[in-house]
Ligand binder design. Sequence first.
Ligand SMILES: Nc1ncnc2c1ncn2[C@@H]1O[C@H](COP(=O)(O)OP(=O)(O)OP(=O)(O)O)[C@@H](O)[C@H]1O
Length: 359
Amino acid sequence: MAVGLSAIRKRFGSHFAVDGISANITEGEFFVVLGPSGCGKSTLLRMIAGLEHLDGGEITLSGRTVSGPGLHVPPERRDVGVVFQSYALWPHMDVGGNVAFPLESAGKSRRAARAEAETHLKTVDLMPFRDRRPAELSGGQRQRVALARCLAGGAHTVLMDEPLANLDPHLRSTMEEEIAAFHHRAGATTIYITHDQREAMALATRVAVMARGQFQQVAAPQDLYERPATAEVARFIGRSAILSATLQDGCAAIAGQQVPVTQQGSGACAVSVVIRPGDVRLGAGALTARLDRVFYRGGVWEGRAHVSGLEQGLPVSSPRPLRNGETVPLEIASGWVLPASSDAPGHDAGRQAPAEAVE
Ligand SMILES: Nc1ncnc2c1ncn2[C@@H]1O[C@H](COP(=O)(O)OP(=O)(O)OP(=O)(O)O)[C@@H](O)[C@H]1O
């Protein structure tokens, strides 16, 4: 295990910014922490980096305890590289100098450090820019310098705190590909923080959905989408409707129809069913819906389908044009039953929040 978090807590005044998080992050994993602003993501990262002391619990890095009761290994002795959203480059040094800096600090000669820095500049495709100063680079190029410098530091574990937050959407998606390639090449265990679910889904081996200082669910992106543990996770990841239904013989009664559903374990007959766009078939079926909130999303149209008697509109998407106000036949072909308790699928993190009431 590369990074072990055991019931870690951090309090500011009376407020727990990190409130009992446990997780085991494996060697080489790309682990994304996803959550809304203020949920405690940066505090968690700073605790792992050694920039915050813990108020409880224990952190291990490669099996070595670095934070725990009466123990706090300083940041520079943790073998951890950090990339923040502000690039933190030296403005007076050129690109090559910035990347060579950790190598020189580690005692290499200037010449050897420069030569090694070039290998890392090649990795992020920045060799043609090695003599420029940071001020002469675009945001994306600066971020790549920060990545190369992190590589040069040779850290076993890389922590990234919203590294793409300052970039425009087009550059963000290019940089996502760069970061994925960087991870593939460098192989370092990476913990990446973001509030952007699309970014999380694109990059992660596993995603931890964080809220109010706790991990709500830790799972692979597809599992999170298809088998959310709570209503909160279902709402945070992708589009969904969450409907109350009664369950019998593997089917949920929704709007007078028997909808085949998937669930974890057995249990209650009054359940909450998550419906995703892929669960709804448009164009045929026993139900009739009126569409609104229709948007064209490049290749597909998205909208909400309102069926009489249902408490929420269903999310729909179609490769054919949809129109606001049109009436369409549809069928709900499948759904996911939210686990009633904490024995949620894919959930391997410590303290858990109860499933929320359905809106
Ligand atoms: N040094 C501090 N002193 C007091 N409160 C703090 C301190 N650092 C963070 N907090 C509080 O702890 C909570 C979590 O903050 P944190 O920065 O970890 O959230 P975040 O999820 O990273 O947010 P964002 O996405 O907006 O950066 C917030 O309520 C914040 O105000």
